[in-house]
Ligand binder design. Structure first.
Ligand SMILES: Nc1ncnc2c1ncn2[C@@H]1O[C@H](COP(=O)(O)OP(=O)(O)OP(=O)(O)O)[C@@H](O)[C@H]1O
Ligand SMILES: [Mg+2]
Length: 262
């Protein structure tokens, strides 16, 4: 597999909610190892697009291929099993369970697929080791045995990433991983993003332009359900149409750097 391999390819995705054409003929390709940011004003249809990609919502039209396999008609659980994994804009953890337990459940879910031939004791040892490795990767050791609902929100979001990684993604879709994280805790997330396996294609919905610049080698801009453009971050952010979209929204203050000063 080369880095030019197309990991995820959506073609002509469309979705209507009644009169609202929330996704309009969106075509998007992510290469293996891609680091793509999906930006756009509130209500542009970013989460809906992720829901269409993962199969949580069924598209009215369009197709979806994962490493060349047609998954257009596959439901969400099949897509996840094939390696198309997402996190949510709003935390979706089991608050009373510990960090370790939350991650373990996801590891066991994925491990149940790959290790059915193993003897139970060896299988359990492997699952525990895998859980621990993810806890270490996300630097969550200090909170490992605390109920997830009691740890800092920024660290809860890291648990969500650990869970997504437990599901062995080939394509990872992150819906606003920085949402609600205090700026003092953002370095945790930066480190987590840096620790993602290089070969995974990642699409991250993000409003924070510092985060986008730091993370993405490609930026896709969604406006009113349609893809306005997709390209190299500097080029996209300097584009007059992108600037005018952002300067016209309440998200302006979050669109820092050259746009906020335009
Ligand atoms: N299930 C639904 N039924 C009807 N309308 C919906 C539904 N889900 C989303 N919408 C509408 O579709 C539009 C796009 O919503 P979506 O959540 O995809 O936007 P977004 O770009 O993720 O916004 P944000 O930046 O606020 O997260 C909004 O107008 C929203 O109200
Ligand atoms: Mg959203």
């Amino acid at each position: 597999m080369t880095l030019a391999t197309i990991a995820l390819e959506a073609r002509g995705l469309s979705k209507r909610f009644g009169a609202l054409h929330v996704t309009q003929d969106v075509s998007l390709a992510l290469h293996a190892g891609a680091r793509t940011a999906l930006i756009g004003p509130n209500g542009a249809g970013k989460t809906t697009l992720v829901n269409l990609l993962t199969g949580m919502l069924r598209a009215d039209a369009g197709s979806l291929h994962l490493f060349g396999e047609d998954l257009t008609r596959s439901d969400a659980s099949v897509r996840t099993r094939k390696g198309l994994v997402r996190t949510f804009q709003i935390s979706s953890l089991f608050a009373p369970l510990t960090v370790f337990e939350n991650v373990f459940i996801a590891v066991a879910q994925a491990g149940g697929r790959g290790f059915s031939m193993w003897k139970p004791a060896a299988r359990e040892r492997h699952l525990l080791q895998r859980t621990e490795a993810l806890v270490v990767q996300l630097d969550l050791q200090a909170d490992m045995h605390r109920p997830v609902g009691e740890i800092a929100y920024g660290r809860q979001r890291l648990v969500e990433i650990a869970i997504a990684l437990a599901l062995e993604p080939r394509v990872l879709l992150l819906d606003e991983p920085a949402a609600g994280i205090p700026s003092t805790q953002l370095d945790l997330l930066h480190r987590a993003m840096d620790s993602l396996p290089a070969e995974i294609a990642v699409l991250m919905i993000e409003h924070d332009m510092h985060m986008v610049r730091r993370f993405a080698s490609q930026v896709a801009v969604l406006v009113e359900g349609a893809l306005l453009m997709c390209g190299e971050p500097r080029e996209v952010m300097a584009h007059p149409q992108v600037q005018s979209v952002y300067l016209g929204t309440s998200g302006r203050e979050r669109f820092e750097g050259r746009l906020a000063h335009a």
